[in-house]
Design a protein around this ligand. Structure first.
Ligand code: TEU
Ligand code: CA
Length: 566
């Protein structure tokens, strides 16, 4: 065994409470699908309160709540009517304060989703904009433009929205005549803010303070790369994007010079987030933020800067195949990035936007695009997917940096494919011949808490997305006392991670082809077998492994083991 290539020498953290986020295991709750206390089929904060013991039992360091704000749910709550309130179906501000207190009481930090790229079309300022004339200050808070054509009947340009269709929607003016158009990067119900407008900037700072004053520890910043825009024309590059083979996001990386895409990752963002940082630093410890920015590692530094948001999601493992080369490259590159920028990396396999990783990894090739079409795998493929998902997660939990876990992955929950088309909620769902063939509802189905019961313990009254018959086998109840369950694996791994995670240093170990292994200071070793035959383990005491064994037997394919030495 020899050390092949040291990674960037990541300095050990000072370990103070101020830097709690550098090595945190963060558990994402999609509130409407977590636990329903008042039996209306929609998860709520009282439901979360009843599960605080469960969250503590997972040994996670923080909980991130996806949006819980008042919303008509055109986009799962990412269409926000009011940034400083709670949707009545989820609870009240007082309920949320009780949740914060209960989680803090168990040593768990609280991160909330903030959605600054767009509001909903029911936001008071959007309504005011509709009721006000073209050119008014109220219209200037959003991106209104006159249409093209003799009567302005054509959209200002041919930009497409992320969920398909034109990114422009025409309004009726207050007198009822067809009028201006407004820009929306996502659904028509999600009008984009104009971040050049000082009132918009001030209002978001007020929102940050509002939640900071209520004890929230930080924010996950939705579409963090989208706020600054240059809506002037022409953009010749854009023509190539619109009429070429690339997706919207790919276009940002290859078609435009860095910082010159009209809609994403523009340099003006630095100034916006520097303003946020000033607010964050008025708290002790400073409020934390992680950027959702689908940008290349070299551009991530701007979001993760200590003058800016502090941390930026790295989604590279989420889109990597089950392939030792891919994993190694992604890990190496992101650790180097983190070291160079005085931040830490983040590791993500699942969230509310992508096919659950237990299902993605069921493909024999190992790779599955995150938003692609998939059908339910057969039992053998599903078992392979789960084995790889467990191995991938254990590997990532041993890496320096933060791990972001999505509710249900600790149960090994697969994607749900059998949702009737008339129950679809996701605006990006693709329905063909009466069947959902792609979309994000399948990872948002309410959690199974009990092995039986009409709603598997999620609720006594309903489930806003239907749960499949097989759900009970993946329930908290079914897995809690099973030593080989995924839930037991997560609990144990997260417990050990807290104990071992004392530094940010990693060194690769060479254990042969198809075995990805590394050691951390204090003798903590992680070994993953990407190959097709069992792999010998190095010297050390086995503390946890994902293949159902607990001894030093060779490590099965598609498995990870942790050992300690010394
Ligand atoms: O997602 C931003 C985003 O660009 C994609 O991940 C998006 O989910 C995907 O293209 C959909 O097919 C964030 C949120 O995570 C997502 O849930 C919201 O829908 C979106 O912003 C709009 O707020
Ligand atoms: Ca409810």
């Amino acid at each position: 065994m020899s050390i092949t290539e040291p990674t960037g020498q990541i300095p050990d953290t000072d370990g103070t409470a101020r830097q709690w986020w550098r090595q945190a295991a963060v558990y994402q709750i999609y509130p409407r699908s977590f636990a329903d206390a008042n039996k209306d089929g929609i998860g709520d904060f009282v439901g979360v309160l009843s599960r605080v013991d469960y969250l503590a039992s997972l040994n996670v360091d923080a909980v991130w709540f996806s949006p819980f704000y008042p919303s008509a749910l055109a986009d799962g709550g990412y269409d926000v009517d009011d940034y400083r309130d709670v949707d009545p179906s989820i609870g009240t501000l007082a309920d949320f304060e009780a949740v914060i207190a209960a989680l803090h009481g168990r040593g768990i930090k609280v991160i909330i989703d903030i959605v600054p790229n767009h509001s909903s079309n029911r936001h008071a300022w959007f309504r005011e904009a509709l009721a006000s004339p073209a050119g008014s200050p109220a219209r200037d808070r959003y991106l209104f433009r006159d249409g093209k054509g003799p009567g302005g009947e054509l959209p200002p340009n041919d930009w497409q929205a992320m969920f398909g269709g034109s990114a422009w929607t025409r309004i009726a003016e207050p007198d009822g005549t067809p009028g201006q158009w407004y820009f929306h990067m996502f659904a028509p119900q999600q009008p984009d803010w104009n971040w050049d407008n000082p009132e918009v900037r001030e209002d978001f700072l007020a929102t940050l303070r509002f939640w900071g004053d209520r004890g929230v520890d930080g924010f996950r910043v939705d579409v963090a790369s989208g706020l600054a825009k240059d809506m002037s024309e022409p953009y010749p590059e854009w023509e190539r994007v619109m009429h070429g083979p690339m997706s919207f996001l790919e276009s940002a990386e290859v078609t435009f010079d860095p910082g010159r895409h009209p809609l994403f990752d523009r340099d003006e963002l630095d100034e916006i987030y520097a303003g946020w940082r000033q607010v964050f630093n008025t708290y002790d410890p400073p409020l934390f933020a992680v950027a959702e920015a689908w940008v290349t590692p070299d551009r991530q530094a701007r979001y993760a800067s200590t003058d800016g948001l502090g941390q930026s999601f790295n989604f590279d493992l989420l889109s990597a195949g089950w392939d030792i080369g891919d994993f190694r490259t992604v890990i190496q590159r992101n650790l180097e990035f983190a070291e160079a920028n005085d931040t830490t990396s983040t590791w993500v396999f699942s969230n509310h936007d992508v096919i659950r990783h237990a299902t993605r990894y069921s493909q024999s090739s190992g790779y599955r695009p995150m938003f692609d079409r998939m059908t339910r795998p057969d039992d053998a493929a599903a078992a392979r997917g789960l084995a790889r998902a467990r191995a991938a997660t254990l590997l990532a939990l041993a890496l320096p940096g933060s791990a972001y876990l999505y509710q249900g992955e600790e149960l090994g929950l697969p994607e749900v494919f059998d949702i009737p088309a008339d129950r679809a909620q996701d605006p990006s769902a693709v329905i063909e011949n009466g069947v959902i063939v792609a979309g994000r509802d399948g990872c948002r189905v309410p959690l199974p808490w009990t092995a039986s019961g009409e709603f598997f313990g999620f609720s006594d009254g309903g489930a806003h997305l239907p749960q499949p018959k097989w759900y009970g086998a993946f329930s908290v109840e079914a897995e809690s006392d099973d030593p080989n369950s995924t839930l037991t694996l997560y609990r144990e791994a997260l417990r050990l991670r807290r104990k071992f995670h004392t530094s940010e240093h990693l060194e690769w170990l060479d254990l042969g082809n198809n075995v990805l292994a590394f050691t951390r200071p204090n003798g903590w070793i992680s070994v993953t077998n990407f190959g097709a035959t069992p792999a010998q383990l190095p010297v050390g005491t086995v503390v946890v492994r994902t293949d159902g064994r607990h001894d030093r037997a060779p490590l099965a394919p598609d498995s990870t083991a942790w050992l300690v030495r010394g």
